[in-house]
Write a protein that binds this ligand. Structure first.
Ligand code: 5AD
Ligand code: SF4
Length: 447
């Protein structure tokens, strides 16, 4: 495996040559952000150094997202914008979901690209780099049926306090609208021992918050059969030095009660409040079953913050279906939602459905949904005024003379500190909440 291999001849050669540089831009979800951290670590180990502008780079990489058409178009615009740089000998690579989905067609559409590689083939990046350096084209598109995860010890994490660990890659759910099972391949989990080993290493480097990642973390199956997802979550949380463990994303169908008492925040994508639409989406649960999960969370001993994803304008979604989504928002009381207009994607079953909703109507529903949720959040956030929360200090807003913090429920809580007090980034401090907004809280540090 890549992470245990001795340095290759190529690396040795690189050490005497001027250092090659790369630039990477990442689109899409946290999985992609974390994949880029692994890709960066791998490239650095291969003798490359990362630069912050396209102009400085020998190799320009786009780690792409194809979940919606807009995200996909962005990468082709980028490639067109920088095509002129080919004359300077720069090389271009497309990674991630658009690479997997479009494959070698990318070479036709953007002939200046020399590397096309989907996420299931990143293990082979070092060999592919050698190929493109030799002036050839390289593709990594054939590994979606692999049993292997992309594990590497060279992950270049950008945030020094909160770090991601992938526990499961791919997705076997095949929701009717979703391109992920086609771009990221079948589900494959890492052993819980390797996850725990990585978490311990991260603690040694100063991390106190860990986010376990997967398209569907509840499907986690330890290949060594040692731990369930809930047991893994517990074991990570018990590592001395770990203060917070998060996980994303959960699928309502597999979300078990055993997790409910282990967390302060659950992101549980509902997609629609109408059982009829959920059925057409092939989500494998009804509105009532989803609400049962919510009820078990609300019955938990600790207060849980619940967030979700919603798609509007799925083919055939009627006014009545949409009204059910709106009423579900009231019933659940989410702390935040991600809203999307349905976007038809290649290969997906919903592409064949009739009854497309006009773009204008999708936009209208999106507006209605967002303004409804804003009202809900105004009320929900207001109830924290007067309460106290522990935050992890994440940054400083100089203009406002405020510190930026995050609660265990993943809410942004900006705060002021008494004169002469400088809370350390990454530390945990108690804050008394004095005001609320639809998306954040405001407070004062308690000393
Ligand atoms: N159109 C619109 N939204 C989509 N999502 C996934 N596929 C599509 C699509 N084709 C949304 C879902 C998912 C989130 C990550 O993206 O809500 O939970
Ligand atoms: Fe896509 Fe559904 Fe898998 Fe989530 S569970 S990645 S929405 S197919």
């Amino acid at each position: 495996m890549l992470s245990t291999e001795p340095p290759t001849r190529y690396t040795l050669f690189m050490s005497t040559a001027p250092q090659k540089t790369f630039y990477v831009e990442t689109f899409g979800c946290q999985m992609n952000v974390h994949d880029s951290e692994k890709v960066i670590g791998t490239l650095v180990h291969q003798g490359y150094s990362q630069v912050q502008t396209v102009e400085q780079a020998d190799l320009i990489l786009y780690n792409t997202c194809s979940i919606r058409d807009k995200a996909e178009q962005k990468v082709f615009h980028r490639l067109a914008d920088y095509k002129k740089l080919l004359a300077q000998g720069k090389k271009f690579g497309v990674l991630g979901c658009v690479a997997q989905q479009e494959g070698e067609k990318i070479f036709e559409r953007a002939p200046h690209v020399s590397l096309v590689c989907g996420s299931a083939s990143y293990r082979n990046l070092p060999q592919m780099l050698i190929q493109i350096e030799a002036g050839k084209r390289a593709t990594g598109l054939d590994d979606r049926e692999t049993d292997e995860c992309f594990e590497t010890e060279f992950t270049a994490r950008t945030n020094p306090h909160r770090g991601y660990i992938t526990i499961i890659e791919g997705c076997d759910k095949f929701c009717a609208y979703c391109v992920v099972p086609f771009t990221r391949g079948k589900e494959r989990s890492r052993t819980s021992e390797s996850v725990l080993a990585e978490a311990r290493q991260m603690v040694d480097r100063g991390y106190t918050e860990i986010q376990l990642l997967g398209q569907n973390v509840n499907s986690y199956k330890d290949p060594a059969g040692k731990r369930s997802f809930a047991e893994l979550l517990t074991a990570v949380g018990e590592i001395p030095g770990i203060k917070r463990v998060r996980f994303t994303t959960s699928h309502p169908r597999d979300f078990g009660r055993d997790i409910v008492e282990l967390c302060d925040h659950v992101h549980l994508p509902v997609q629609s409040g109408s059982t009829r639409v959920l059925d057409a989406m092939q989500r494998l649960y009804t509105r009532e079953q989803y609400l049962e999960r919510i009820a078990s969370m609300k019955a938990a001993k600790r207060e849980l913050s619940i967030t979700t994803d919603v798609i509007v304008g799925f083919p055939g979604e009627t006014e009545a279906d949409f009204a059910e989504t709106l009423s579900l928002l009231d019933e659940v009381g989410y702390d935040s939602i991600f809203t999307f207009k349905y976007s038809p994607r290649p290969n997906t079953p919903s592409l064949a459905l009739d009854d497309a909703i006009p773009e204008q109507e999708k936009s209208r529903r999106l507006e209605v949904l967002m303004s409804k949720q804003k009202e809900i959040q105004i009320v929900r956030y207001r109830k924290y005024i007067g309460a106290r929360a522990e935050v992890m200090v994440e940054g400083r807003n100089e203009a406002r003379k405020q510190w930026i913090g995050r609660t265990s429920q993943n809410k942004t809580l900006n705060f002021s500190a008494p004169e002469g007090t400088e809370p350390k980034l990454g530390s945990y401090v108690p804050v008394s909440i004095t005001a609320s907004f639809p998306n954040s809280l405001l407070g004062e540090m308690v000393i």
